[in-house]
Design a protein around this ligand. Structure first.
Ligand code: GRF
Length: 200
């Protein structure tokens, strides 16, 4: 399965997917990496692994649809069948959603539906929950509201700060994301009638 990975920042989840593919534990191929930020380290990681990558500045377009159509040009040029959001810090619009219905996933650093949006880890700490984690979900038009595919749980420790909790969650992100992508590539996870089907 050829995938496009969209990332806005450091790209550690992208790296985890690259590494999993390299050792044969993720049956996908990253055909292209796209970013809305020209200086995203994710682009450098892609280059280092020989993966075509491009930045597209949303400000250069008159509206979101035009921006997403540019992304779609690349996504189609590289024959991608699926889109993976790995730290992509924008709400996906109807142009991408309509072009890839049920074929876009995201990872969020909280146990959805709790703590959607920015700084999920800090929201969890501020609330005082005793467990936190991450969620992989299909993307719909809401903010972190799509159907949940997989979650991993970590403890919140007494002396945690945002950094320590984020690091503990990130370790789980790096394991669950390639795992889910692998199962999607093998046809073992999919969306049917708005329900997530998982074949064990
Ligand atoms: C991760 O915590 C992910 O859950 C969230 O954004 C962060 C991206 O980190 N959506 P990285 O760029 O993959 O290192």
């Amino acid at each position: 399965m050829k995938i496009a990975v969209l990332a806005s920042g450091r790209g550690s989840n992208l790296q985890a997917i690259i590494d999993a593919i390299a050792v044969g534990s993720c049956a996908a191929e990253i055909a292209v990496v796209l970013s809305d930020k020209a200086d995203a380290y994710a682009l450098e990681r892609a280059s280092k692994s020989g993966i075509p990558n491009f930045s597209v500045n949303p400000k250069g377009f008159e509206n979101k649809a035009a921006y997403e159509n540019k992304l779609l040009e690349y996504i189609r040029q590289y024959n991608c069948e699926f889109i993976v959001l790995a730290g992509y810090m924008r709400l996906v619009g109807e142009t991408l959603l309509a072009a890839f219905p049920g074929r876009i996933i995201n990872i969020h650093p909280a146990l959805l539906p709790a703590f959607p949006g920015l700084h999920g880890q800090k929201q969890a700490l501020d609330y005082g929950v005793k467990v936190a984690g991450c969620t992989v979900h299909f993307v719909d038009c809401g903010m972190d509201t799509g159907k949940i595919i997989a979650q991993r749980v970590v403890p919140v420790l007494q002396d945690d700060d945002e950094d320590s909790l984020s690091a503990r969650i990130l370790e789980q992100e790096h394991s669950v994301f390639p795992y889910v992508i692998d199962k999607i590539a093998k046809g073992e996870i999919y969306l049917e009638n708005n329900k997530v089907i998982i074949k064990e």
